[in-house]
Design a protein around this ligand. Structure first.
Ligand code: URA
Length: 430
């Protein structure tokens, strides 16, 4: 191991044998934390070639369970996001793509920090089960066309140990380490094609666009080298996506979108990511055609019907589609007013996410219980004009003392005279 560390410290390219030796030692605990940490720091400073990243990814993927989805006919497509506030994109997207006859087997995660992850949001629906066996998952995708569940086995245990050490050695934000971590788990899910939504902006993991582009390129290269059809979209996360942040609130917004009256930014992102998925899935030859087909799933009701079918297949109450009151809601709805007139010049995704977390909508520790009904509903977005005293947002809370939440929100919003609104879609990485 000292030799492997030395090679990387000197900037050499590690051989597949060296990388495999390292990952095996991580899983079998024959390499101690301090040597793993030393190699991580060497990788942090020296980087890795695309081939090294793919070898590391595959070794981490092979360290745990992976799904074989070959029993599902057709090109299976999935989507991954690096995560953002109000990002419920996977939910409508999965239903719309599946409504076109493309199988969508989606393995998702829970959230830590901010609001919940995709699985947490789905659990706001009474009865919805995210824990499914591999056989039940495959069967549901075959019969219903779509399933969104949590990991079925132990996925990439090498990543788990490496990630924990990255966390305490300040080596989390290394592109090769992030890319191999994400892709080892994604490739294990057995999909054929993958669209990755890499977020950029103040509320994203990758704050600046050049870092987001570097990560997106690394993810796509690893995916391709691993045999996946893979593309990445760099999208904006300076402000929350859509108008609702919180678990029940985001299911409501998903249903609104599937009924044809969702917020414009969410719809645009869904259509952009989705059109690539429809082309990858072989149902359209151009992105424009894919976009049109997806839009039709909203007007003809097929995407909403698909979402309802998925809810029912996973034990949830499908009546939520028409009766939102069946989901948990907060006791109090409190308006937050504009302190002055002007234009919204910043609406920090991070700040709004933290306010939702303070209300109980997200987790600070992995075992925290979520309060599904709470959250933040935005009435204004970046660039919108406001008048002093007009409601900027509604706080959905189960607590009466909102002093700290309001202070956080006040610090998250600035009103000025002119705003620069960043584009929603920054780049497509082919
Ligand atoms: N998400 C992951 O799964 N891994 C990382 O390293 C960063 C984000």
């Amino acid at each position: 191991m000292v030799e492997v560390i030395d090679h990387k410290r000197q900037g050499q390219v590690l051989t597949p044998a060296e990388i495999n030796f390292f990952v095996e030692g991580v899983v079998t605990h024959t390499i101690p934390d301090y040597q793993i940490s030393a190699l991580l720091m060497a990788i942090y400073f020296q980087g890795m070639t695309s081939e090294e990243q793919t070898t590391l990814t595959m070794a981490m993927m092979n360290s745990g369970d992976h799904l074989d989805l070959s029993a599902i006919p057709g090109v299976k497509v999935d989507k991954h996001s690096t995560g953002g506030v109000g990002d419920k994109t996977s939910l409508p997207l999965a239903a719309m793509v599946a409504a076109l006859g493309i199988p969508v087997p989606m393995i998702s995660g829970r959230g830590l920090g901010h609001t919940g992850g995709t699985l947490d949001k789905l659990e706001a629906i009474p009865g919805f089960q995210v824990a499914r066996s591999e056989a039940a998952f495959i069967n549901q995708v075959k019969t219903t066309g779509v399933a969104i569940i949590g990991a079925t086995g132990e996925v990439a245990p090498a990543d788990k140990r490496i990630y924990a050490l990255r966390d305490v050695t300040d080596t989390v934000d290394s592109i090769p380490l992030i890319a191999s971590s994400i892709m080892s788990k994604k490739i294990a899910s057995g999909t054929d094609a993958l669209v990755i939504d890499v977020k950029t902006g103040a509320g994203a993991f990758m704050k600046d666009e050049s870092a987001a582009k570097e990560l997106a390129t690394a993810l796509v290269q690893i995916g391709r080298q691993a045999g996946l059809v893979c593309k990445a979209i760099i999208s904006d996360m300076n402000q929350p996506l859509g108008n609702k942040v919180g678990n029940t609130l985001e299911i409501e917004e998903t249903l609104d979108l599937l009924k044809g009256h969702g917020p414009a930014d969410l719809l645009e992102l869904v259509l952009t990511l989705g059109s690539h998925m429809v082309v990858m899935g072989g149902k359209a030859t151009t992105l424009a055609q894919g976009r049109e087909m997806l839009a039709a799933t909203l007007t003809d009701g097929s995407a909403l019907a698909k979402f309802k079918a998925m809810i029912e297949a996973q034990g949830g109450n499908g009546q939520v589609v028409t009766d939102y009151a069946l989901m948990p809601h907060a006791k109090y709805q409190v308006s937050f007013f504009a302190p002055q007139s002007g234009v919204i010049t910043s609406l920090s995704a991070d700040g709004i996410g933290i306010a939702a977390l303070m209300l109980g909508g997200g987790r600070q520790k992995a075992d925290d219980q979520l309060d599904y009904g709470v959250g933040i509903e935005l009435h204004k977005k970046l660039g919108d004009e406001v008048k002093a005293g007009e409601p900027l947002l509604t706080i959905h809370a189960n607590q009466t003392d909102l002093t700290e939440v309001k202070a956080r929100l006040a610090a998250s919003i600035t009103i000025g005279s002119a705003a620069t609104v960043p584009p929603l879609i920054h780049q497509v990485i082919e």
